[in-house]
Write a protein that binds this ligand. Sequence first.
Ligand code: SAM
Length: 177
Amino acid sequence: MKRIVLLRLGHRPERDKRITTHVGLTARMLGAEGMLLASDDPGIVKSLEDVVKRWGGDFYVINNVNFKQEVRKWKDEGGKVCHLSMYGVNLPEVTEELKKCEKLMIVVGAEKVPPEIYQLADWNVAVGSQPHSEVAAVALTMDRIAEGEPLEKEFPNAELTIVPMERGKKVIENADE
Ligand code: SAM
């Protein structure tokens, strides 16, 4: 797998700020290059950009995209689209196919997704056929299809770096070059 982009549908600025931010943070942590937000909420962009500035890497967020245009563009450029939905085929059945994909868009909803996404997607994938959370769905999918160990990914150009330890907290403030 070379490139993963997350597409967030149905974000309601008055209700979903925290969970959409967590979807973005989780996708970033597990190796996505960026998140496309199919709603207008510049606050989400700012929160995630603040995290990137402090904790490194080059994860991007694009606000207020047209989801159909983004999906079509991605597919025209050779990408594949995996829509996560509890109604889809179960993840273990398609993990190997997803792993082979060089360019993958992962789509998650909030309340109800536009029905077209089921047709536009190459796969509609359930992370177990029970309702749960978009954060859990993204985390489990990205972990299962990762190349190597996603939890050991390094984030360059960070202002802050955690030194893992058994007890206590140690954070290094990196000097500017
Ligand atoms: N009630 C909504 C519906 O029927 O479309 C689903 C709401 S759910 C909290 C929000 C998002 O989480 C879904 O759009 C889907 O992307 C993801 N999700 C929740 N459970 C899932 C599951 N079992 N498998 C895959 N994705 C899931």
